[in-house]
Design a protein around this ligand. Sequence first.
Ligand code: 5AD
Ligand code: SF4
Length: 503
Amino acid sequence: MLKQKLNTEKINYKSIKPVFDNSKKRVYIETYGCQMNVNDSELVLSILQDNCYSLTKNIDEADLILANTCSIRQNAEQRIWGRLDVFRLAKNKKPELKIGIIGCMAERLKEEIIERSKIVDLVVGPDAYRSLPDLLHNVEAGQKDINVLLSREETYADIIPVRMDENGVSAFVSIMRGCNNICAYCVVPYTRGAERSRNPKTILNEVQTLVDNGYKEITLLGQNVDSYFWKDETNSEKNVNFAKLLEMVALVNPLMRVRFATSHPKDIRNGVLYSMAMYENICVCIHLPVQSGSTRILELMNRKYTREHYLERIAKIREIIPDCSITTDIIAGFCTETEDDHKQTLSLMNEVGYDFAYMFKYSERPNTKAARHLKDDVPDEIKTKRLNEIIELQNHLSLESNKRDIGKIFKVLIDGVSKRSDEYLSGRTSQNKTVVFPKANFNTGDFANVRIVSCTSATLIGETVEEKKREKIIELKNIIDETIHNVENKIKSKIKQRIKKDT
Ligand code: 5AD
Ligand code: SF4
């Protein structure tokens, strides 16, 4: 039973890993969508773990199922409706099971979810997670409950997420919430509310906790990290922008790798690039979504930059951080997109030579600027054809980028065993490329220097330099042994000859 009420002073947030406790009610959490949602599920678990719930990884054991949902494209929401059919079967078997929809879809559809799916007991938006224990209290008593209030202040700054990753190597740290850019296609400002930055002190504390718990890499998360800004009320010299925050985080521990996402082409400043160039532990990878290569489409998307501005930012990145990888997001078939606009996207991709891209077909989202003012007039077959051309080009660019790495040595953070073979480990370079290489005596969480010997468009294949050195030493030792052996034999035969002569 849920007896405790949420009280932030009482909460003990010390354990950053799930505590499995059979005497408590079990929560099963499914997460959809972006990295921010992954981190939010960890935050939710932190709140629930301190309020009489324990995580289960087995859905059949659950007393409560939470689906942390995404609304970014229509198919993301369709998947959730499909999952609700599966949850219905579970609830038929176990009527006391409670079902909660949280996250972006909860915020977008609100009570409509409960009206459409009678099995849902609880609907909670991204800014209302602190109220979960109270809401669950009502749900336990047999009511349905909903809280989708958005907030201008909530950053969950005091809550240390309970990490659900498997490897204990990489973790997400949220530095801000919400978004103030009204990109015409995007539902996020409506589901996650206005932008607000988190107090830097609490960010540094969280990073230190991760260092103390053996984590080796963090990714700072925000919808638009370049607009991070913390105003110090007493001294404006202590204001913190994103470039400064990056530096502060990098200085927490030189062995902790630092990544961040997502950057915005209109806001990314040289200061961020200089911070990246200055600290070895800030990874050299920038995810800079372009969305389209046509200035006309960018304007309709309300992105607030031109193709030329975007390319100028790319040139600056290359100038300040020559070995930086650049990745992007691209939307095919936005409203009014012509074949010429599409060709401009392909030509921009070639010009930048992206290392990696997430590529999507435009999906109209209700109530966005585009849905209200523009016609979704590119036929689906054309969207598919253009998306396929974009994917084909990106596969080629990724392969070219990977080929350029052959022969180079990278410091790789090992994050697990390769999916293909237990004899191989898998890790990531500073550029965020996946590398697989023979295991030798390395473990997850170690750094290894790896020389790239071959590649596919998705993966670099390498051998550890340490291992190579050892092979070279063995080879040299064999040569030396053989030489000694030969010399010995020669000396012996000379001695024999001398003895023969003398006798
Ligand atoms: N349709 C297709 N893709 C979208 N994205 C955001 N909204 C939509 C939409 N309505 C893509 C953008 C964004 C990424 C997270 O998802 O490329 O950068
Ligand atoms: Fe994340 Fe955006 Fe999906 Fe919300 S809608 S879960 S912010 S990707």
